[in-house]
Design a protein around this ligand. Structure first.
Ligand code: ATP
Length: 365
């Protein structure tokens, strides 16, 4: 298997095609390339687990196809898909030793004992489980059990993709970093496609080269952590990625740009040229708090705003201010003086995104 391809995929648990909200997955087309380290990131209930279960074969989609390379696998049972799945809670046999747990999938396949032994020892070494091989699984800590669970997926040499469904949920926070680094190492060593489901953007960014952001049953953007931060292609990505998320303001089209209340915001020429094509659509501008410029003194082209709140987060500060009735945020460096009362703000054109019906308006060349 070289790649996992989703074609017109949709899934409804109640099979009533009576409206979008019935669908856990909505008209999805996507390609996961062989060997990629991917994260599937989105809030609770957006359809992440449903999607993983469809890829692994635990669930049959109501519509569309899952292809491994060019082969449709909808009717292939999970055990014949060359895919391993690691769940939130470790799946291990408590009464068996770690060794027997790791050996289980290989013995099931009828592999010879010598092959089982060498593979189990190889995987135990990768996961730092050598010293625990003879221990009963019930005597392991939660992170050791989860490593065994991962090992049971990795041990099969016919596996070409591993799906992780929030695998670090039960792990102590101080061990999470270690285990995430281990997963990265495994990815490099084994050339496996890995899809890692999480609702935590930090976890997604530290594991994945590319992140698929899911919202309401759809992948709304697929890109590097940097692309998601700098050019969110959907308002949801702007809002969901970042801490705090992007400032989003509903605006109307005006001469030279867009506006709200008595504020006019000039747009870059390429985006401005697109404005006449957007009539009838809901318009928003978005700007990340990191890109808002703030001054204590009035300056040419800056807008007057009222300080509402300043949160000092140790290494940076988050300023909440009111601009013409809109509550917005700016991120300030720790060494910046704490503003009070009135401030002046501006939004640099290259960081001001325009959205029409929630989708990013790309500027004309
Ligand atoms: P979480 O992060 O909370 O696990 P998720 O993003 O993985 O959420 P899913 O578990 O895939 O989301 O759920 C997507 C939608 O499908 C939700 O509205 C959920 O209530 C619904 N759903 C999930 N499983 C079932 C089921 N077995 N029967 C009916 N509806 C379901």
């Amino acid at each position: 298997m070289a790649e996992i391809r989703l074609h017109n995929l949709a899934h409804s648990y109640n099979r009533r095609p009576s409206g979008a909200e019935d669908y856990a997955i909505l008209e999805m087309n996507h390609v996961w390339e062989q060997g990629g380290a991917y994260a599937l990131l989105g809030p609770s209930g957006c359809g992440k687990t449903t999607l993983l279960n469809i890829i692994s074969g635990l669930l049959t989609p109501s519509q569309g196809e899952v292809l491994f390379d060019t082969k449709v696998v909808n009717d292939l049972p999970p055990e014949r898909r060359n895919i391993a799945q690691v769940f939130q809670f470790p799946v291990v046999y408590d009464t068996m030793t770690v060794y027997d747990n790791l050996a289980f999938p290989l013995r099931n396949q009828g592999q010879p004992a010598s092959k089982v032994d060498s593979r189990v020892r190889e995987i135990a070494e990768v996961l730092d489980l050598q010293a625990l091989l003879q221990r009963k699984a019930r005597n392991l800590t939660a992170d050791e059990k989860q490593k065994v669970s991962m090992g049971r997926g990795l041990v099969r040499d016919d596996v070409s993709a591993i799906l992780f469904d929030e695998p670090l949920t039960v792990i102590d926070p101080h061990l999470k970093w270690k285990l995430r680094r281990k997963l990265k190492q495994i990815h490099e060593q084994f050339n496996l496609t890995m899809i890692y489901v999480t609702h935590d953007q930090l976890e997604a960014s530290t594991f994945a080269d590319k992140i698929a952001v899911m919202h309401a049953g759809q992948i709304v953007q697929f890109g590097t952590p940097r692309e998601l931060f700098e050019r969110p292609r959907h308002t949801f990505v702007g809002f969901f990625i970042g801490s705090p998320g992007m400032n989003l303001i509903e605006v109307r089209a005006e001469a030279g740009g867009v506006g709200f209340a008595d504020v006019n915001l000039p747009l870059l020429p390429g985006v401005l040229r697109r404005l006449p094509t957007l009539s009838g659509k809901r318009l928003h501008v978005g700007i990340r708090p990191e890109f808002v410029q703030v001054c204590a003194e009035p300056r040419e082209g800056m807008l007057g705003a009222e300080v509402e709140h300043l949160a000092d987060l140790g290494t940076y500060k988050i300023l909440t201010f009111l601009l013409a009735g809109q509550r917005l945020k700016a991120r300030l460096a720790e060494e910046d003086p704490a503003p009070t009362g009135r401030v002046w703000v501006s939004f640099p054109g290259q960081w001001l995104m325009l959205y029409a019906d929630d989708l990013l308006v790309e500027g004309e060349e």
